[in-house]
Design a protein around this ligand. Structure first.
Ligand SMILES: Cc1cc2nc3c(=O)[nH]c(=O)nc-3n(C[C@H](O)[C@H](O)[C@H](O)COP(=O)(O)OP(=O)(O)OC[C@H]3O[C@@H](n4cnc5c(N)ncnc54)[C@H](O)[C@@H]3O)c2cc1C
Length: 416
């Protein structure tokens, strides 16, 4: 593990700091800084454009498609600087983090030229069509089908838990294209326009009346023949690339968000006197240690990546399991510390409304105006889902067991 950065990286850090200082609203990050819902909406709309002009969105992507071609260490410095001042750095989670890097790795030249610039400029929004009613952890059991009809794929079936489908222009989905092949072999990865008659999106309303994910029904929906990524019937490998990005995302800077939040939990414990309770102190110390472990593991992932000894899938699985379970436990601790007061909804309606304009993919939770939660209450609710989406904690354990520790493969259920 190497904890120092080369001088070029530090020079780049200064460049980013200067840019942020010049472009963020005055007072950003200072105590008491507030934006009205209108200001927040305007900021979110304009900020993507400003980021795009600064060429900071997905800045590691190749220059020929509009990226900056940053080295890994520059990318880490960039992430650190944006995280330090809490500045949003993406246009669309699904585009930037999942389908964009997948297209860069597996896509044709035409697909890269068509989609990458639109992802960088935030002009198309995406959703992820993997899970189905009978295919979640066992994703390869998916039944949605795509059949070639002349120059188009015709798609029929159903997806579920599709986050942001109601806002998306495109869905990257897995469909069975060879029903005769073994289940992992007959799948293709398609890019399908959402706004067409053959697609119906039905929002799933949650307990707080918000609906961030959906059921999506395909009834002879269509996409061009050439919108298959990574080759026909090769979709499983392509999907694993996407899931690797989903699980490995922000492993080097993720701890910052947790540290900030834990500071707020510690603050709440001090304010209501629970910080004097020896059991609470033990639990807070344990949580703090876990955030430190995440920070150190982040350095380890980075050093591995720089040395070329990186094993994305395995590291991603370890990270995802660790942070999601940490976060669920830390948020339970927060609610324990708050006692009955933790159940009182003291978030403002305006803040809940404003969150609608503050979408940042599945990590950001949209509150609803009729259920005004505070940031920590929202985080408590959303943390319940983090050991599920992107592959459950149990599935991550299977991956770590089999691929990192070399344990025997999980026994399959006997078929009758
Ligand atoms: C907030 C949120 C957003 C989501 N967004 C999307 C999205 O945008 N697009 C999308 O495609 N999907 C999305 N999902 C779906 C998510 O990927 C699935 O929920 C997840 O893969 C688990 O599948 P499942 O819900 O069918 O549970 P199941 O697979 O039915 O699992 C049920 C339980 O059994 C356990 N289990 C299953 N198999 C094993 C095994 N082999 N070994 C040990 N334990 C096992 C699981 O860990 C789990 O506890 C989202 C989910 C959530 C919660």
């Amino acid at each position: 593990m190497d904890l120092t950065y080369p001088p070029e990286a530090e020079a780049f850090r200064q460049e980013i700091r200067a840019w942020l200082e010049e472009h963020l609203p005055k007072g950003w990050g200072e105590p008491g800084f507030r934006m009205s819902p209108e200001e927040k909406k305007a900021f979110n709309r304009d900020w993507v454009r400003t980021l795009h002009q600064g060429r900071w969105i997905c800045a590691s992507w190749p220059t020929e498609y509009g990226g900056r071609g940053l080295s890994l260490i520059e990318q880490v410095v960039l992430n650190e600087e944006f995280a330090r001042v809490d500045a949003p750095m993406r246009a669309d989670f699904f585009g930037d983090t999942l389908v964009g890097p997948t297209i860069l790795q597996w896509g044709t030249e035409e697909q890269k030229r068509e989609f990458i610039p639109k992802i960088l400029s935030g002009t198309i929004a995406w959703c992820q069509g993997f899970s189905e009613p009978d295919a979640g952890s066992d994703l390869a059991s998916l039944k949605t089908r795509a059949v070639l009809d002349g120059d188009e794929w015709v798609i029929s079936g159903q997806k579920v838990w599709t986050t942001q489908a109601q806002f998306a222009d495109y869905i990257f989905l897995l469909a069975r294209t060879d029903p005769e092949a073994p289940k992992h072999a007959g799948i293709s990865y398609l890019l399908v326009p959402m706004k067409q008659p053959g697609i119906e999106v039905r929002p799933i309303q949650q307990i707080d009346a918000s609906a961030e994910f959906n059921e999506v029904y395909f009834d002879n929906a269509r996409c061009p023949k050439e919108n298959v990524v990574g080759g026909v019937n090769n979709g499983w490998k392509v999907a694993m690339t996407t899931l690797g990005f989903e699980r490995g995302a922000s492993s080097t800077t993720g701890h910052r968000r947790f540290q900030k939040e834990l500071d707020a939990v510690i603050g709440a414990a001090r304010d209501n006197g629970r910080a004097q309770d020896p059991g609470v102190r033990q639990s807070l110390a344990k949580a703090w240690s876990k955030v430190k472990i995440m920070q150190i593991n982040g350095f380890r992932s980075l050093t591995d990546a720089l040395n070329g000894t990186h094993h994305t899938a395995a590291l991603g699985a370890c990270n995802k399991m660790f942070w999601s379970e940490y976060h669920r436990d830390a948020m339970n601790l927060y609610v324990d510390i708050m006692g009955m007061a933790g159940q009182v909804l003291t978030g403002s309606r305006a803040a809940a409304d404003a969150q609608d304009a503050d979408l940042e993919g599945p990590l950001a939770r949209r509150g609803s105006a009729s259920y005004p939660v505070t940031d920590l209450q929202a985080s408590f609710f959303f943390s319940r889902s983090e050991t599920i989406w992107g592959g459950t904690a149990e599935i991550q354990r299977n991956i770590v067991g089999e691929r990192v520790l070399g344990l025997p493969k999980e026994p399959k259920a006997a078929t009758a």
